[in-house]
Each structure stands twice: as C-alpha cells, then as structure tokens.
Design a protein. Structure first.
Length: 230
C-alpha cells in the first residue's frame, strides 16, 4: 500500500532502487523562489514566494532568470498544455523520443496532484528510480523535468488542473509511455485523496495498454543517458 496523500503529504518523496540509495537533493533560493534539485538528475522543483492580502494572492509562477540559474539553459516554450482531472485519475508514465525529446515545466493551478518523475534513460546511474512531488494550490510548487525523463501524476481531487510548459509541440509519432502500475517500477501512488477518501485509479485506454519498463527497454523504445538538454 502506498502512503497517504492529503494536505499533510510531504512535498517530496523519493525511493532508491540502486545499492547507494536515493541521491540527496540540493536546495537554494533564486529570486523569490526556492529551487531544489531532485533525486534524479535533470529534475528540479520550484516553490515560489507568495504575496497575499485581503484581495487574494500574487506569485511569479515562472521566471526565466531563476530557471536558467538552476538548470543552466533557458526553457524555450513551444506549447502550453492544460489538463483537468477527477480524483484518482492516473496520467503517465509519458515520454518522447530523444532527440528532440520534450522537457516540461509542470504546475497545478487548482486542486492537487502527486507528480512523479521516472528515470527511464538507459545507462543512467538512477535508471528505474522515481521521485515524487506534491503539486497543489497551496504551495503552488512546480516541477521541471528534462528531455528523456518519464512523467506522470495522480489527481488527488476532482477538478485538479495541471498546466505544462513544453519545450516541443505534440508529435504523436514520437510519444510513448510505460505502465504507471508496473510492479517492477513500484511507484508508490497515493491511496487516498485530499478529502481522505479512498482513490479508485482511472487510466486512459492508451495508458492501460502501455508496456512495462522492462518491455519498453527490450523493444528499444527508451532514451539513453545522457539525453540532449534544451
């Protein structure tokens, strides 16, 4: 059984599948944002400073200078996607062919999701490992994942709205996935929603038919390490 996911869910959970265990993250502050390098190389979380008053809240959801400071190159946005999901919806684990790949800067503007980054890069020291970050409308944290990494999330509340800044446009011929419930991968998806009620997972037909990670590797579908930065 996976850990509970609620308003008390830790912002970051990680698991290791190699003898050395998970990599300790590094955290620092850019301009008005806390930046944390996650346990998987090529992934970061960005927690913005929020300014609230009687009218509501203001924050900088994305700043190029802070992003470049952390990642080392700018994010060229080719497409912005938005998804709205009921509680229990599982999306992923998705990735794109490299090159060119598709990097993503992911935010949850309404509701809450447990966002998962999976290292599917053959030859990576953390191949087969995953890390998770709670994205919600409280801390308004974002996750950036580089090209070659797998991505998915589980919605913890009806109407959870996720916005993705993508480095390349949609190319169905280059889009792939691995099964989010692959037991060998062992992602600890939440079992209860934000309201404390049990979750019933709902997957698209495409995600239900996705191969396990080992099957995707045997078929030569996975990217290699290192993937090209954008």
């Amino acid at each position: 059984m996976g850990p509970e996911a609620s308003s008390q869910t830790p912002p970051v959970r990680r698991t290791g599948r190699c003898p050395a265990g998970p990599v300790a993250p590094e955290s620092h502050y850019g301009r008005g944002v806390q930046i944390e390098a996650l346990a998987i190389e090529g992934a970061w979380s960005f927690t913005p400073k929020q300014f609230g008053d009687d009218r509501g809240t203001f924050l900088e959801a994305f700043t190029s200078d802070s992003f470049v400071e952390a990642v080392g190159h700018p994010l060229v946005v080719a497409q912005v996607n938005c998804s709205v999901s009921a509680a229990g919806v599982l999306r992923g684990i998705h990735y794109a062919d490299v090159p060119p790949g598709q990097a993503k800067y992911v935010m949850c503007t309404k509701g809450a999701v447990l966002d998962v980054v999976v290292d599917i890069r053959v030859g990576s020291p953390t191949y087969g490992q995953w890390t998770s970050v709670l994205l919600d409308d409280v801390d308004r944290r974002a996750v950036y994942l580089s090209e070659g990494l797998g991505h998915g999330f589980c919605s913890l509340e009806d109407g959870s709205t996720v916005t993705y800044l993508c480095s390349t446009g949609y190319n169905p011929k280059a889009e792939h996935g691995t099964h989010p419930l692959d037991p060998e991968l062992g992602v600890e998806w939440p079992t209860v929603g934000r309201d404390g009620e049990p979750l019933t997972y709902e997957l698209s037909a495409k995600d239900q038919q996705a191969p396990a990670l080992a099957q995707a590797r045997e078929a030569g579908l996975l990217p290699t390490h290192p993937a090209l930065p954008r």
